[in-house]
Design a protein around this ligand. Structure first.
Ligand code: FES
Length: 139
């Protein structure tokens, strides 16, 4: 029998410390992955939404391409993959500055895409978007 400093047979101190932080973003969980990111190559340069569809302080989920577009402040648009980095479910459109994954509850900043709450361990993939007329174009 081995005792690795945790007081539990066969379990080392690092394993115990790692388990304690599992609810925080940035801590990888065994078996996570399966991120089904959208293939955006075919839509770059095309209008993917109208500016009128993306309210200030909110956003829109473009389910067809699994992309979320947000407008955290007037005139500033951000685009992210809606594919949750945990297991690939589509996150919600933003509410109260956050996108939430309905599968396991991860939350992401509507301004930066950063993971605010796990079990996801990475941010949403960000894309560049520009305004042309009343359209939003992925660049
Ligand atoms: S798929 Fe698990 S939190 Fe999003």
């Amino acid at each position: 029998m081995s005792i690795g400093g945790s007081g539990m047979p066969g379990v080392g101190r690092r394993e115990v410390l790692g388990a304690a932080g599992a609810a925080v973003c940035g801590v990888a969980l065994a078996g996570c992955g399966g991120n089904a990111k959208p293939n955006v190559a075919g839509i770059k340069g095309k209008v993917i939404a109208k500016t009128a569809d993306v309210p200030v302080g909110g956003g829109a989920l473009i389910a067809k391409w699994k992309i979320v577009i947000t407008q955290p402040t007037a005139g500033v648009y951000k685009a992210f993959s809606a594919a949750c980095p945990h297991k690939g479910c589509s996150v919600s459109k933003p509410k109260d500055g956050k996108m939430t994954c309905p599968c396991h509850g991860s939350q992401f900043s509507a301004e930066t895409g950063q993971c605010l709450k796990g079990p996801a361990d990475a941010p949403l993939t960000a894309y560049q978007v520009k305004v042309e007329g009343d359209g939003l174009i992925l660049v």
